[in-house]
Ligand binder design. Structure first.
Ligand code: MRU
Length: 390
């Protein structure tokens, strides 16, 4: 299939304009479309932790912008900033120390989506070497304004590169994914892996948008995704905004939907994929993969290379975030829906075993099992492209 022209999306998950970073507050959707301003490390940390911005790629890109904005502000205010212990002397060591502290702080907001640490490490690694060189070369241990400007500029450019690459990766996954789908199909998805979970297009919703542009008529079923209802609040909203035909179901209706032959394919995103192809995604994904095997429905996981963690050899190495039990029985309800103090278990993600996944779709192409080699190759190609574009 040839490359398509740009598909115009109505929704923008974050904006960086005139030096101001704002993100769409997804906690308020679908009722209100509000953008919140991000200025400090605490702003971005809380936005990620409380899911104002969520979805693995979007978390990574928003964290990169948040990091850049916070670091710049720290420097601009000449360290009078409450977050830092360093007071007035902007030394190269001080700058690097701040940059590292900021990376670790923002990077600790959520544990499962690897994109968060991936983006922050990528930026930090880019400035570490030149900063260390400046430290070695500085006679009095002081950093010239030009030196810091240079480091901040590197952070800014790497942030834009991460953003740009995410848009391109989503579009490429959309193209590869579309080759696996046929006009008229019934497609079940879980959680939200759409435009607001990424920079644009989404991962597993990208082929739906590209297909729509090409005149395909898909029928999407969105699983509501308890407890935080990303499927109901976000996917059904986003698809309707973009003019895609969508039907909302409760999570426990998926089996009956598949049994009645309404689902031709399942498409989901991913928060971290281990080297063997085990993929962590929103809680409930594993159940769909098991059902898909039983009912012989293809199960496709969309995984940009930024979500592949080759350091994790299998799903056992993936840390699963556990969230407060109130989300299960209080969060959306006027009154508690279980006796006060009920014991709860609220893992935010589960790991789908590689053997249940029909194919992994990356921006470098479609990978079929066994996944190890294909995943390594996709990551290698993505690195190579990045190096070439420098
Ligand atoms: O807790 P969330 O809403 O951040 O979880 C999001 C998901 O599980 C998505 O499916 C995943 O991040 C892929 S996003 C393209």
């Amino acid at each position: 299939m040839g490359r398509r022209d740009r598909v115009t999306m109505k929704i923008t998950p974050f904006k960086y304009e005139d030096g101001k970073l704002t993100i769409l507050d997804q906690r308020k959707l679908p009722g209100e479309e509000v953008y919140i301003e991000i200025n400090t490390p605490e702003d971005i940390y809380n936005a990620i932790k409380t899911l104002a911005v969520r979805g693995a790629p979007a978390i990574g890109v928003a964290a990169a912008y948040g990091y850049f904005v916070a670091l710049k502000k720290w420097y601009d205010e000449e360290t009078s900033y409450a977050f830092t212990e360093i007071s007035t002397n902007c030394t190269p060591e001080g700058f690097l120390h701040e940059a590292q502290k900021l990376r670790d702080y923002i990077g600790s907001a959520r544990p499962t989506a690897v994109n968060l640490r991936w983006a922050l490490d990528r930026i930090y690694n880019k400035i570490e070497k030149p900063a260390r060189k400046m430290i070695e070369e500085s006679e009095e241990g002081s950093l010239s304004p030009a030196g810091v400007d240079e480091l901040v500029k590197i952070v800014e450019e790497e942030t834009y590169a991460i953003h740009r690459e995410d848009v391109e990766a989503c579009k490429a996954m959309g193209e590869y994914g579309l080759e696996l789908l046929k006009d008229g199909m019934g497609i079940l998805t879980h959680c939200n892996a759409g435009t607001i979970a990424t920079s644009e297009y989404g991962t597993c919703l990208a082929p739906i948008y590209l297909g729509k542009e090409a005149g395909y008529k898909f029928h999407v079923y969105a699983g509501e995704t308890r407890p935080l209802l990303q499927g109901a609040r976000l996917t059904s909203w986003e698809l309707q905004e973009e003019g895609v035909d969508v039907t909302l179901i409760c999570d426990n209706m998926a089996a009956s939907l598949m049994k009645s032959d309404k689902v031709d394919a399942i498409v989901v995103g991913c928060d971290r994929m281990a080297a063997n192809g085990d993929g962590a995604n929103k809680i409930g994904t594993l159940a769909l993969a098991v059902l898909a095997k039983h009912y012989d429905v293809p199960f496709y996981m969309f995984v940009p290379t930024s979500t592949i963690d080759l350091k994790a050899s299998s799903g056992h190495d993936i840390i699963i975030e556990e969230r407060h039990g109130d989300e299960i029985y209080k969060h959306w309800f006027e009154k508690p829906m279980a006796p006060e103090g009920t014991d709860t278990y609220n893992p935010s993600f589960d790991v789908t075993d590689a053997e249940l996944i029909t194919a992994v779709i990356t921006e470098e192409g479609v990978i079929y099992p066994p996944f190890n080699e294909g995943l390594c190759e996709a990551v290698r190609k993505a690195h190579e492209k990045r190096d070439k574009s420098k």
